[in-house]
Design a protein around this ligand. Sequence first.
Ligand code: PXP
Length: 399
Amino acid sequence: MPTHITTQCSIDNYPLQLHKLERLSNWLLKECAVPDHDVSIVLVDDRLIRELNNNYRKKDTPTNVLSFPFSEGADLSSLAQIPVKELGDIVISLETAAREAIQFNHTFHQRLSWLLIHGMLHLQGFDHERSKSDEKIMFSREQEILAKLNKKRGQQMNHLAINVDHIATIRQARGITEPDPVAAAAICELAGAAGIVIHLREDRRHIQDRDVYLLRETIKTKMNLEMGANKAIIKIALEVQPDLVTLVPEKRQELTTEGGLDIVTQKKKIAKTIEKLGKGLIPVSLFLDPDKEQIAVASEIGATFVELHTGRYCDAFSEQDQLHEFELIEEAAEYAVSLGLRVNAGHGLNYQTTARIAALETIEELSIGHAIIARAAFTGLDTAVRDMLKIVASAKSSL
Ligand code: PXP
């Protein structure tokens, strides 16, 4: 294997996916026309990279990446002439990468990927510190590689579905006819939403039966009906024929859906509901915590999708907790895909927390409501939707 990765610090606290890093590195070697060369990636902490930065560059501070070319001074054309097929070492500080991921609102893997591309270009003789024109050359090559990578990943773009429940919440606060979620759904679609989500609760606190029937006629994209596994609501779903039903746990006292469904203990009931809806040709998604045991049961009982609950990730108090929750979602999504399930995600996502989740290749659609409706009160719904769409689109294209 041309890529060798070693770690010289504890990696337990990072959502590190070495196989993805290795895959990217091997792809980069091919892209840079040196597929037969070896490269060594060394993952370190700030203490070690600071020491190296001081020893080799006389800069006594940590940095994000350092490159040590095997053939110092060689450029792309002379590299091919050198008999030893060794590019050199790329040293990356995981600590700095984690800090920068937060700063740039990237996933940890996105940031590592960018650092790897940067380091790899240095190994091939590019040097942005040499002169203004060298900076331009290196920057444009970096952009070229990123564009190719984005194109490769372009097919995996995920979509934004908007939950319009809280338009109905405002209407119900007065018990009158406006604002109307039917009109809101149309505005969301015109702004670029890929689907509309509504939750018909047993207590009808926001969405009413009339909304469900009217929306079925007006929605041009996809209707995702969230509901509890309740007989009367299943009957409505079978009549309305949404494009997707998402089964959620429902408690009358809760302010919003508080956690994922527990399908391990309710396996029979949920399996029966999936079967009933399946007879009506309605695919079913199960709203689950990022828990492998639950996901395995979802696959066993015939769910088409799982929607991973992002609430704990969004509510995490410290950056470390948030990273941990993110990692759980990332792993759960990969596991679900490996079982043949399709994956959506949602709950609590806002303009700060969405980018990382949107960057995950395994997730097809995000379901977002409250944050968009809340912003709409100040900016208008069209702008609020477009602002979120920009985040979703750039999360994918940033690696
Ligand atoms: N997904 C599910 C299953 C939900 O129950 C909700 C809340 O209705 C959402 C997504 C959207 O959550 P939020 O309104 O916090 O964006």
